[in-house]
Design a protein around this ligand. Structure first.
Ligand SMILES: NC(=O)c1ccc[n+]([C@@H]2O[C@H](COP(=O)([O-])OP(=O)(O)OC[C@H]3O[C@@H](n4cnc5c(N)ncnc54)[C@H](O)[C@@H]3O)[C@@H](O)[C@H]2O)c1
Length: 179
């Protein structure tokens, strides 16, 4: 599995991949700190796509085939294209990142056909809170889902503005308001 974008959302996908038994989990980001945190969540490989070609690196880590599942957790056309190209034959691309309304993508149409598989999106992991939160809490209590690792700091409500700036600077994964 390959995950593009290792913020809170991408790291959750990495944690989920390990829980689901993925043996190779490749984290892609342009920020080395985010890649270090992605390793803590269970990434087996990291790729800084500002410094190396993400598609080539993913193919190299998967015997030349590409990843069975590529998760785009940024919401950019260029990283969606990378996810599309880094996918194994008949693999799945999941768009989790939310694009801006004015964004468009262009893909080689014959490749959309010829590569088969699935191109899909996911809203909140198709989660149903009443059904899924108890399961996630059980995983946390069993020590199998490290939710604490997502919380870089706890803050008061009046620190929210600064917390957004810290997030933009890549200094925190998540700042959680405690009331
Ligand atoms: N589908 C859903 O249900 C759902 C739910 C919540 C958030 N989202 C979306 O998921 C996306 C990620 O959210 P987040 O909170 O993790 O954001 P974030 O800002 O914490 O993380 C984004 C990561 O992408 C990296 N990045 C930026 N440009 C990149 C590039 N060109 N190549 C590689 N990496 C790049 C950043 O360094 C950062 O680590 C957003 O688009 C958000 O709106 C979707």
């Amino acid at each position: 599995m390959a995950v593009f974008g290792c913020g809170g959302v991408g790291d959750a996908a990495i944690a989920g991949a390990r829980l689901a038994g993925a043996s190779t989990v490749i984290a892609v980001d342009i920020d080395d700190q985010k890649l270090a945190w992605a390793k803590d969540f269970g990434a087996t490989h990291t790729v800084n796509s500002a410094k190396e070609d993400a598609v080539e690196a993913i193919k190299a880590a998967t015997g030349g085939n590409g990843a069975d599942v590529c998760i785009e957790a940024i919401g950019l056309p260029q990283t969606y294209r990378q996810a599309f190209e880094a996918r194994d034959l008949a693999g799945t691309v999941v768009l989790v990142g939310v694009p801006r309304p004015d964004m468009t993508i262009e893909l080689p149409f014959i490749e959309v056909f010829g590569r088969g598989g699935a191109l899909k999106s996911s809203w909140y992991g198709d989660c149903l809170p009443s059904r899924d939160f108890p399961m996630l809490i059980d995983l946390y209590l069993q020590g199998r889902l490290d939710l604490d690792r997502f919380v870089s700091e706890t803050i008061d409500l009046d620190q929210v503005e600064e917390a957004f700036h810290k997030m933009e600077r890549g200094e925190v994964l998540r700042s959680v308001v405690v009331l």
